[in-house]
Design a protein around this ligand. Structure first.
Ligand code: GLN
Length: 450
């Protein structure tokens, strides 16, 4: 009971950031009663869950009017694992509608504000999750990352965000955006917490055919082991992109720190990454157009009140009234690139680019153990700044999308703040299923920055 009262007070204090899509206090009371009896690695720890992950009995809105009144009928696998570990789920986090966005302004629940400075966006699409950790209301959060949605908000809010290798964490119970790119991962205050949470949520799941059978190592152990001779690759072509001066100098400073510590720094090539944004916005929208076809007002979601003259106008009305602008834009784009006559020119071509990007990473990661780059080209931007310019918004993802396309894991760890006090992220990319090495370097950088 005391915990509930405390929580109510704390949540009132952070209301201005608009972090939650909702908190069901009745559910929470029962949940607390149950969880407090458990003794596990997450006992007493507060966790916030992105609102596209199923928690049985709670709404799973995906930040959309389409699902505002839809409740999850079962727990996602990651939720089962968190519950078994004794974690306390305090609420569902606001997000860009169906995880499409980079600022958390495309939400039917209104924008999330960055706790570091509420005039700025927290990043997206897992903006509520990152803001929950940054504001201190949660110890841990879960986000999902299709093209940067864990790492970019982590960079903007000064938190740690990890996108695991494709297949490392079960997607069962995650609302699909682009199934070949989506992964669930932790957002936390420290690298040690990210390691801890990954260890709990990772592993094979028979209910997700794309989940890997690889054993789950004790990730926390990597942090106590002294870093070995890690070879760090700098992707020279990618760093020719326009990068904010503060971000560039913080990045170079961090590289210097690594060099001084005796890590080998070498140049690597990811020549096809310049096509990553174009390929991503074809592949992701194509998959989204198919995944979101299920939201028609019959099987799921919003149903229009107005009279429909036939079945197809009935579907159209429901979708027209409930989806936001960005989601509609993606569905149209995705339908277009898959349509007969354009399929080969767009979707087929993007699949080929995907293969090339995958090969680039493979080659680069055989010369080096890790690849590093800024998480984002700029620090957080102001609320409203990019809302009317979808392309400018997409360009934010220049350093994150290629990683999902290649299926490799990546971590964003804070690398200081700009003069204006805005956090920046250092991104560490590794070989598939080598999250341990990534966490090791992340932990080293975190300690140096303290
Ligand atoms: N910003 C990217 C997009 O809008 C990434 C989203 C994500 O990772 N879910 O698609």
């Amino acid at each position: 009971m005391r915990m509930i009262e405390e929580l109510r007070r704390e949540i009132r204090n952070i209301e201005q950031f608009n972090i939650f899509t909702g908190i069901d206090w009745k559910w929470l009371e029962k949940h607390l009663e149950r969880q407090e009896k458990l003794d596990g690695p997450l006992s007493g720890k507060r966790i916030v869950i992105k609102d596209n992950i199923n928690v049985k009995g709670l709404p799973v809105t995906c930040g959309s009017n389409m699902l505002k009144s839809y409740k999850a009928l079962y727990n996602a696998t990651v939720i089962e694992k968190i519950l078994a570990a004794g974690g306390i789920i305090i609420g569902k986090a606001n997000m860009d509608e169906f995880a499409m966005g980079s600022s958390n302004e495309y939400s039917a629940f209104g924008p999330v504000k960055n706790p570091v400075n509420p005039a700025y966006v927290p990043g997206g699409s897992s903006g509520g999750s990152a803001a929950a950790v940054a504001s201190g209301i949660a110890d841990y959060a879960l986000g999902s990352d299709t093209g940067g949605s864990i790492r970019q908000p982590a960079a903007y809010t000064g938190t740690v965000g990890l996108k695991p290798s494709y297949g490392r964490v079960s997607r069962y119970g995650l609302t699909a955006f682009a199934s070949s790119l989506d992964q669930i991962g932790p957002i936390t205050r420290t690298v040690a917490q990210a390691a801890e949470l990954l260890e709990i949520i990772a592993g094979h799941d028979a209910r997700d055919a794309t989940s890997a059978v690889q054993p789950v190592p004790a990730y926390s152990k990597f942090l106590t082991d002294k870093p070995k001779k890690i070879r760090i690759g700098i992707p020279i072509e990618l760093l020719k992109e326009a990068i904010d001066a503060d971000v560039r100098s913080a990045f170079e400073k961090t590289i210097d720190t690594c060099r001084q510590a005796g890590f080998e720094i070498l140049n690597v090539n990811l020549p096809n990454s310049r096509y990553a944004i174009a390929a991503y916005y074809i592949l992701a929208t194509a998959e989204a157009s198919s995944n979101l076809a299920r939201f028609d007002g019959v099987r799921y979601g919003y149903r229009s009140q107005s009279e429909a003259k036939d079945i197809s106008s009935f579907f159209a009305q429901n979708r027209e009234e409930a989806f936001g602008q960005e989601v509609k834009r993606r569905i149209m784009l995705g339908t277009y690139v898959l349509s007969s006559g354009y399929y080969d020119a767009y979707y087929g071509k993007a699949q080929k680019v995907r293969r090339l990007i995958y090969k680039d990473f493979n080659t680069a990661l055989s010369k080096s153990d890790l690849i590093v780059m800024p998480t984002t080209p700029t620090p957080a931007f102001r609320l409203g700044e990019k809302c009317d310019d979808p392309l400018a918004m997409y360009l934010n993802d220049v350093f994150t999308v290629a990683i999902n396309i290649a299926g490799v894991p990546a971590l964003s760890v804070p690398m200081g703040k700009t003069e204006a006090g805005l956090p920046m992220g250092f991104q560490i990319v590794g070989r598939p299923f080598q999250e341990g090495t990534i966490l090791q370097l992340g932990h080293f950088i975190e300690e140096k920055n303290e």
